[in-house]
Design a protein around this ligand. Structure first.
Ligand code: DGL
Length: 270
C-alpha cells in the first residue's frame, strides 16, 4: 500500500523529489511512461489510454492513491478517469488543484463556491495538449471569479531539458515569455504548468521580472499530499521500499534520471 506517482517520463521526478523529502516515511512507487513520452503533443484519446494503463500498473504495484504528476495527463485524462474508471477503493489526484488552491489562497481541499480573489491576470505556461484542454481555466472557474488567464504553449522546452541543452531551454523560455507578454503585457502571476519547468524556474522568474509571482508545482503538490494523507491516513502505505518503474529501457532511463535528479536512481521494467 504505497503512494503512486505517475508521469509521462522523467519530469515527474521533480514532484517525486519534493514529495519524498516532505514525506520521508511514505514509500513512493514511480511510473514513468518513457516508451510513450512526450504526452504534450499527443491527442486526448491517446493521453487518456496511456494514463489509464500507467495508473493501473501503479494499482497493481499496491498503490491505493496515485498522483498524476504529469500536467498533460492531469489536464486531459483526470476528470474522465475520475468519472468512470477509478475503482471505489482507489484515488487518483492531479497537480492542478493544489496550484489553483495556492493561487486563490484557499486552504487545501476547500470546496466552497467560487469567489473574487486578489490575482486578476495569470499567465499559464504549459505543453500544447494542456493548453488546448483548457482544464486549468475550468478548474480555476470552480474556485475563483474574474481571473483572466492567458495560456502560452511552450514548444521545445521539454525536449531541450531532456537533452540537457540548458542554453537552448533558457532561450526558449525567454521567447515564450516574450510571446506571452505580447498577449498579456502585465501578468501578476505565472503558473509553471509542466513537470519540467521547475528546473527552469529561475529563467522564468528572470524573464518575467521580480514583480510577477511564479507558482511552481513540486512543493505545492507535496504540501497538499501531506495534508491529504493526514485527512485520509488509510491511503498511506507503510514499510515498503520506493520503486521506480518504466515502460522504457530501464538502463537508459536510470542514466537519464540520475542526470536529471543529480543522484542515483535505478529504474526497473514495468
Ligand atoms: N509531463 C508532461 C507535463 O507535465 C511534460 C512532458 C510530456 O510532454 O510528456 O505536461
Amino acid at each position: 500500500m504505497a503512494v503512486g506517482i505517475f508521469d509521462s517520463g522523467l519530469g515527474g521526478l521533480t514532484v517525486f523529489d519534493a514529495a519524498s523529502k516532505r514525506l520521508p516515511d511514505v514509500p513512493f512507487v514511480y511510473f514513468g511512461d518513457n516508451a510513450h513520452t512526450p504526452y504534450g503533443v499527443r491527442d486526448a484519446e491517446d493521453v487518456y489510454e496511456l494514463t489509464v494503463a500507467g495508473t493501473q500498473r501503479l494499482f497493481d504495484a499496491g498503490c491505493d492513491l496515485v498522483i498524476l504528476a504529469c500536467n498533460t495527463a492531469s489536464a486531459v485524462a483526470l476528470r474522465r478517469m475520475q468519472s468512470g474508471w477509478v475503482p471505489e477503493d482507489k484515488r487518483v489526484l492531479g497537480v492542478f488543484v493544489p496550484l489553483i488552491e495556492a493561487l486563490t489562497e484557499r486552504r487545501w481541499g476547500d470546496n466552497s463556491p467560487p469567489r473574487e480573489v486578489d490575482v486578476k491576470h495569470v499567465a499559464l505556461f504549459a505543453t500544447p495538449a494542456t493548453v488546448a484542454s483548457r482544464a486549468f481555466q475550468r478548474e480555476l472557474a470552480f474556485r475563483a471569479i474574474g481571473v483572466d488567464v492567458e495560456a502560452q504553449s511552450c514548444g521545445g522546452v521539454v525536449d531541450a531539458i531532456e537533452e540537457g541543452d540548458m542554453i537552448l531551454a533558457e532561450a526558449l523560455v525567454r521567447s515564450h515569455v516574450d510571446a506571452l507578454r505580447r498577449k498579456m503585457p502585465e501578468p501578476q502571476a505565472a503558473v509553471l504548468g509542466c513537470t519540467h519547468y521547475p528546473i527552469m524556474e529561475d529563467a522564468f522568474q528572470d524573464a518575467l521580472g521580480k514583480d510577477v509571482s511564479v507558482y511552481s508545482q513540486p512543493k505545492l503538490v507535496a504540501d497538499s499530499l501531506a495534508d491529504y494523507l493526514d485527512r485520509h491516513p488509510d491511503k498511506k502505505g507503510e514499510g515498503q521500499v520506493p520503486m521506480f518503474l518504466t515502460s522504457g529501457d530501464p538502463q537508459r532511463v536510470s542514466d537519464q534520471a540520475t542526470r536529471f535528479l543529480r543522484r542515483k536512481i535505478e529504474f526497473h521494467a514495468a
